[in-house]
Ligand binder design. Structure first.
Ligand SMILES: O=C(O)Cn1ncc2ncnc(NCCc3cnc(NC(=O)Nc4cccc(Cl)c4)s3)c21
Length: 273
């Protein structure tokens, strides 16, 4: 779907196909734009639910932010339209679906697969931060897999432009860095923390500060209570990288361009991403 700006889309412009998944706010369907025959994913959101959760402004901000982002590892949001009861997001279709299902199936990823994913995420986040956009909700549920097996960051519903930083709590607790859990000022380095959590979960199959109670997870995050289990066997290079990202002082976290030069990434990531 070429970026035909200001195109007023209507539901009748699309043939609706199989359901792809159901999120908190609505369902996602495979769809084909009739004139171009272009395959897309259509996310259908109910206005009633959006109003209840006061997230209408977040949708508008997501569309605005996404309209400026073009990167192979960021899922495109081509546009949106609405009718009486629903809002529709016109999205790039990711044929290999959701990464978290893949992670559940494999339990955990090989170091090569994990490093390849983390490197492509780092490149996408360097691109976003270069445009003063922080994602703020990096987690397996927001990652999709493209036709060539490449990772696509999706759902910028919690993204912000850094000049108007917000202190609202967002996403699941597991991925929030200390400064967001303590809801103080935060900046692009929140995405570095979440990428470190993601790297740990790719290698062990669960996030590092997981606990039964929210209060325990909260305590483990703010204490950075980082432990590496004896199984599965993980290289010391991988643990070194994770330890340099999960640092309480956000200014001390390993910058993303330094991550791409880290031994573990250089030795394990497939350059094609
Ligand atoms: O993931 C699946 O269920 C299945 N799936 N499988 C393949 C596939 N290909 C593309 N997209 C999929 N899913 C949609 C991914 C999203 C991208 N962008 C989003 N944005 C958003 O939800 N914004 C939003 C919503 C409600 C409130 C607010 Cl504040 C913001 S969701 C696909």
């Amino acid at each position: 779907v070429p970026a035909v700006e200001k195109q007023r889309w209507v539901l009748n412009d699309f043939d609706i196909g199989k359901p792809l998944g159901r999120g908190k706010f609505g369902h996602v369907y495979l769809a084909r734009e009739k004139r171009s025959n272009h395959i897309v994913a259509l996310k259908v959101l109910f206005k009633s639910q959006l109003k209840q959760s006061q997230v209408e402004h977040q949708i508008r901000r997501e569309v605005e932010i996404q309209s400026h982002l073009r990167h192979p590892n960021i899922l495109r949001l081509y546009g949106y339209f609405y009718d009486q009861k629903r809002v529709y997001l016109i999205l790039e279709y990711a044929p290999k679906g959701e990464l978290y299902k893949e992670l559940q199936k494999c339990k955990y990823f090989s170091e090569k697969r994990a490093a390849t994913y983390i490197a492509s995420m780092a490149r996408a986040l360097i691109y976003c931060h270069g445009k003063h956009v922080i994602h703020r909700d990096i987690k397996p549920e927001n990652l999709l897999i493209g036709a060539q097996g490449e990772l696509k960051i999706a759902d910028f519903g919690w993204a912000v432009h850094t000049f108007n930083r917000r202190k609202t709590m967002c996403g699941t607790l597991d991925y929030l860095p200390p400064e967001m859990v303590e809801s103080v000022e935060h900046d692009a380095s929140v995405d570095i923390w979440s990428l470190g959590i993601l790297c740990y979960e790719f290698l062990y199959g669960f996030p590092p500060f997981e606990a039964k109670e929210h209060s325990d997870t909260y305590r483990r995050i703010v204490l950075v209570d980082l432990k590496f289990p004896p199984k599965p066997i993980v290289s010391s290079a991988a643990k070194d990288l994770i330890s340099k990202m999960l640092v309480k002082d956000s200014s001390e976290r390993l910058p993303l361009h330094k991550l791409l030069e880290h031994t573990w990434i250089v030795q394990n990531a497939d350059p094609s991403g």
